[in-house]
Design a protein around this ligand. Structure first.
Ligand code: FE2
Length: 205
């Protein structure tokens, strides 16, 4: 008898802890100074006042680091030779009681989140499957085939890259310390279609 289990269309979420990179105090200050004082009601946390903070020249080194790992995802996992551009980037600043409710990132192919300061704050990033609540049955054991959510334990300095249409959330910050992260969206550039009536050529502005 031959039985083969076919794992169809798995989703690649990459978490990276790179000891060769860390933000300087100056760079951390730049990110902190983008913080808006008002609560952002949609995500129940503070956001940056700019949606393009990685375009700040003082964060050029940080952007280059993120871009490198983004390009590695496109090349190594997607096996795609197109360039990819960071389109939007913003800061998230969650204090006690703040959280990120389940959401997706629109108008983007890959998203990334770099965690500057999380470890005291219930440091989890939770992803959930589409149609999570369609069928919830009792499981003897959680596996990648039967689970409807997946949790990553976050650490300070961790970068997570994932497909932008994956629903994700971060639980309530129960500590007295700010939980700080920088998130970004991206899109492929150039001829990205496979020909025919689906032609799509994205030019950089
Ligand atoms: Fe998000």
């Amino acid at each position: 008898m031959e039985i083969e289990l076919h794992s169809l269309f798995p989703t690649a979420v990459v978490s990276i802890l790179d000891p060769s990179f860390s933000l300087t105090e100056k760079e951390r200050d730049v990110i902190w100074n983008y913080r808006l004082d008002n609560d952002n009601n949609y995500h129940n946390c503070h956001a940056s006042y700019s949606g393009r903070i990685l375009e700040d020249r003082k964060l050029r080194r940080f952007k280059k680091y993120l871009q490198g790992h983004l390009e590695a995802y496109v090349s190594d996992i997607m096996k795609c030779d197109n360039k990819i551009k960071i389109t939007n980037s913003w800061g998230n600043y969650s204090h006690t009681g703040n959280c990120h409710r389940f959401h997706q990132h629109s108008n983007s192919i890959l998203s990334g989140i770099y965690y500057l300061q999380v470890e005291d704050s219930v440091p989890l990033l939770e992803f959930e499957k589409t149609n999570r609540y369609f069928l919830e049955y009792r499981r003897r054991e959680e596996t990648s085939f039967n689970s409807s959510n997946y949790t990553i334990n976050l650490k300070d300095g961790m970068l997570v890259i994932f497909p932008s249409n994956l629903t994700h959330s971060v639980p309530v910050n129960t500590s007295n310390k700010w939980r700080i992260s920088v998130a970004f969206n991206s899109f492929l550039l150039g001829q990205i279609d496979c020909g025919g009536y689906e032609e799509l050529n994205i030019k950089d502005a």
